[in-house]
Design a protein around this ligand. Structure first.
Ligand SMILES: [Zn+2]
Length: 204
């Protein structure tokens, strides 16, 4: 635990940068979806106000499940396995912002494969993050979709055809867990590699 605590500050800094980038990306995609769609697909609504806290708790439980699985495979607690799934899972709903502000919008524009793809590319090539962070992003996205119920514009902002994934939610949840396993394993491999590199240096 002392070792995990020593990583708290760097993980916190990293998480804040990822949070800001994720938020900006979500807002950009939401804005693009507003300007490139006709009014016929702007049928997004908010769930009833009283149902929102319960839904957020389910999302938090989904994020904690990813944390639990990835830490179990990593065999250690790591703050990035806690903070990042919470950010990725919960902040995806930022794309409901227009309807909160009373502006007509398409349904869930950031719950899109292209949003996930853009995020992965930014994590990889702009922020240059290790693979386990990309796995956490994918796992959290799948977990969120599995918890949400309804229809998604999966190819937003290029197409606003809506898809109902209700029949495969359970499989999406299982896939999210599998990707969380890959995140934990990837971090383990990364630690092993850096440990071996340090050993080599000390032997010189
Ligand atoms: Zn959602």
């Amino acid at each position: 635990m002392r070792r995990a605590l020593s990583t708290l500050v760097p993980v916190l800094k990293d998480s804040i940068i990822i949070f800001v980038v994720y938020t900006i990306l979500g807002i950009i995609l939401t804005f693009v979806s507003l300007i490139c769609t006709s009014s016929s697909v702007k049928i997004g609504t908010l769930r009833p106000i009283l149902a929102i806290p319960t839904h957020e708790i389910y999302l938090l439980i989904g994020a904690l499940l990813i944390c639990l699985v990835s830490c179990a495979v990593y065999r250690r607690f790591d703050f990035s396995f806690l903070f990042l799934p919470i950010i990725f899972t919960i902040m995806l709903d930022l794309d409901h912002l227009p309807v909160i502000l009373g502006v007509a919008q398409p349904i869930r524009p950031a719950h899109s494969i292209f949003f996930l793809l853009a995020l992965i590319l930014i994590l990889r090539f702009v922020l240059k993050k290790p693979l386990y962070i990309e796995f956490l992003a994918i796992s959290s996205f799948l977990m969120h979709i599995a918890i949400d119920n309804g229809v998604f514009a999966l190819f937003s902002p290029f197409s606003f055809e809506y898809y109902d994934l209700g029949q495969i939610r359970i499989y999406l949840g299982l896939l999210a867990i599998m990707v969380a396993v890959m995140a934990g394993y990837s971090k383990r491999v990364l630690n092993f590699q850096s440990h071996m590199a340090k050993e080599k240096i000390s032997q010189r």
